[in-house]
Write a protein that binds this ligand. Structure first.
Ligand SMILES: Cc1cc2nc3c(=O)[nH]c(=O)nc-3n(C[C@H](O)[C@H](O)[C@H](O)COP(=O)(O)OP(=O)(O)OC[C@H]3O[C@@H](n4cnc5c(N)ncnc54)[C@H](O)[C@@H]3O)c2cc1C
Length: 308
């Protein structure tokens, strides 16, 4: 892992920095590059504008590792209301949650109950629920959660991280369920015992796993989502899909709001299913530090906003 990335990911854990950032108008302004605003309405308005050109939207309320089950109940209630707003606006939009935001640390049973409720609500309004993957200590519990929710709500999706050594086996385990998988490179600081320390190895692993998913998509055994901004990688995988005769509609490309916006439009214009993940909420500090860590050059952008 590069020094810049590791410093930024470590800084993400700092409570003092978190408190400073949340109060700093300047830092807040800099986050605008990656999120339209803290309020759900900010996200919904931005989503509605993007959806006009045929893009699907994914929404997520920032926040992770809550400390009480009452907070998890509140997050569930928030999303139940949010699905109603998505339906009222007739948006083609899904919602992505983090299991620790819904009580995974406090009670796996409660977390499952919340996810089942949200997946059912999503289905009732023609939407779907996505489950994010957090750090490696959560993978076993998140897979079990996904298996239980997917069995009852087939449209539910899960993120898998290419940087983890275990991911090809996890994917194999999920295969009988015909999983809907958003493959990402992985955003957390992981030890070299569980994840590739070198980016080049993660990139190769991504390509190999994505090819497997595209192969399985031919027989309907997987719905692959390429969750990355790595354009060369996407282009190689699109060429691979074309080569095996997999039509564009059988897989999608998902990216984050504010990153590679023109390329998102371009892929859409080429006939690909493209979705943009929009975040909102005031618990943006850790999430924002992960975005900076993905591209330490973004730090320059923050510094410029401070002086400009
Ligand atoms: C839809 C979606 C959902 C995700 N869900 C999860 C999840 O559940 N769990 C998880 O661990 N991670 C998740 N991630 C984050 C992911 O793991 C990576 O950290 C992130 O996508 C950056 O890696 P990359 O694939 O874009 O490739 P990289 O090789 O890191 O980047 C490729 C290129 O994209 C551009 N780019 C990438 N990141 C940025 C940035 N922050 N700012 C500006 N340009 C950038 C740069 O030009 C870079 O050269 C998600 C990502 C996406 C797109």
């Amino acid at each position: 892992m590069s020094l810049g990335r590791s410093i930024l990911l470590r800084a993400a854990q700092s409570r003092a920095l978190n408190e400073f950032a949340l109060k700093s108008r300047v830092v807040k302004r800099a986050t605008k590059a990656f999120m339209p605003g803290e309020r759900p309405e900010d996200a919904l308005d931005a989503g509605a504008a993007l959806a006009r050109d045929g893009r699907r939207i994914l929404f997520t309320k920032l926040g992770e590792a809550i400390t009480s089950l009452a907070e998890a109940d509140a997050v569930r209630d928030h999303y139940l209301g949010f699905f109603d707003q998505v339906a009222a606006r007739k948006l083609d939009a899904h919602v992505s949650i983090k299991p620790t935001q819904l009580g995974l640390d406090q009670s796996e049973a409660k977390c499952l109950e919340h996810c089942l409720r949200l997946a059912a609500k999503a289905e009732s309004v023609g939407s779907a629920l996505w489950i994010d993957m957090e750090d490696s200590s959560y993978v076993d519990r998140t897979l079990a959660l996904y298996e239980a929710v997917k069995a009852r709500h087939p449209g539910t999706g899960l993120a898998l991280q290419a940087y983890l050594f275990r991911t090809p086996k996890d994917l194999e385990r999920l295969r009988p369920l015909k999983p809907v998988i958003r493959l990402v490179k992985g955003a957390y600081a992981e030890p070299a015992t569980v994840a590739f320390p070198r980016k080049a190895d993660t990139d190769s692993a991504y390509e190999a796993i994505a090819r497997t998913m595209l192969d399985w998509a031919r027989t309907g055994e997987c719905t692959p989502i390429l969750g990355t901004h790595d354009l060369q990688l996407i282009d190689r995988l699109v060429a691979y899909a074309d080569g095996i005769g997999l039509p564009k509609g059988r897989y999608e490309i998902h990216m984050l709001y504010g990153i590679r916006a023109k390329d998102q439009d371009r892929y859409r214009a080429q006939g690909h299913g493209v979705a943009t993940l929009i975040s909102y909420g005031n618990a943006w500090f850790k999430w924002y530090m992960r975005r900076l860590a993905e591209r330490p050059a973004n730090v320059t952008f923050v510094v410029k906003s401070m002086f400009g």
